[in-house]
Design a protein around this ligand. Structure first.
Ligand code: SAM
Length: 219
């Protein structure tokens, strides 16, 4: 069972988590404010609430995870988001990352491969007051009908940068994606400088569940 109660104790634990993430190098105030505002324990069953404010990933069912708060903050900071940007998130999962993006004032399109998670999160987020456009399907191909996007965030580990995602970026747009094997992935930021010109920057290693689908690891 999940209880939607945000107590003084929860808020205190959240404050400590924000400090920890800040100490790890996150500087974007809006990102830190979003982490400080969103009750991450709402995404956990009551039995596991103690885990909600630790800086770690946690199982959410269907073999998937809610990402580590630092990872959520890092990917969001790297996107250089402006309010009202049109953003695509691949891997809706629990919806926590989606809430962080929505706190930055974006128009969010988020796609999830696992039907159970898609349905759960599409029903749950509006109850928290967060509204996004939810899709069920293979996000490795992007969402051509909704393209182009200012920002694309991939929250699962890919074998390569999917061409479709680069194609669906606006000129000036930014894609953040972990690329590597099933064990660990290097975080890449791709900036589309002009229609046929991209800049590729590499950051640290992270560990994500695999990106499935046609331009991921397959089924
Ligand atoms: N953003 C999520 C959150 O805040 O909870 C992180 C979830 S988890 C690390 C990655 C998610 O990507 C999983 O829910 C998984 O089912 C999903 N996924 C994997 N491959 C996908 C694909 N091709 N299209 C859409 N979602 C995918």
């Amino acid at each position: 069972m999940i209880t939607l109660e945000d107590s003084y104790k929860h808020r205190g634990m959240r404050k400590k988590l924000v400090k920890l993430i800040e100490n790890k190098g996150i500087t974007n105030h809006q990102v830190l404010k979003a982490i400080g505002k969103i009750p991450r324990h709402f995404f956990f069953d009551n039995a596991f609430v103690e885990h909600a404010y630790q800086d770690k990933a946690f199982p959410i069912g269907e073999g998937q995870t809610i990402s580590q708060p630092y990872t959520v903050a890092f990917q969001t900071e790297m996107l250089n988001i402006k309010p009202e940007n049109k953003v695509l998130e691949i891997g809706t999962g629990s919806g926590y990352q989606a809430c962080v993006l929505l706190e930055l004032g974006v128009e969010l399109h988020t796609i999830e491969y696992q039907k159970v998670l898609y349905e759960r999160t599409r029903n749950f987020l509006p109850k928290m007051g967060y509204n996004a456009n939810f899709y069920h399907g293979d996000g490795s191909k992007g969402i051509p009908d909704q393209a182009p996007f200012d920002n694309i965030i991939v929250t699962a580990g890919a074998p390569l940068v999917p061409k479709s995602l680069v194609n669906q970026l606006k000129a000036g747009g930014v894609l953040i994606i972990p690329v590597g094997d099933n064990d660990k992935q290097k975080m890449y930021r791709i900036t589309k400088l002009a229609e046929n010109k991209i800049k590729k920057e590499a950051f640290d290693f992270f560990s994500f569940v695999p990106l499935l689908g046609k331009e991921g690891w397959g089924k």
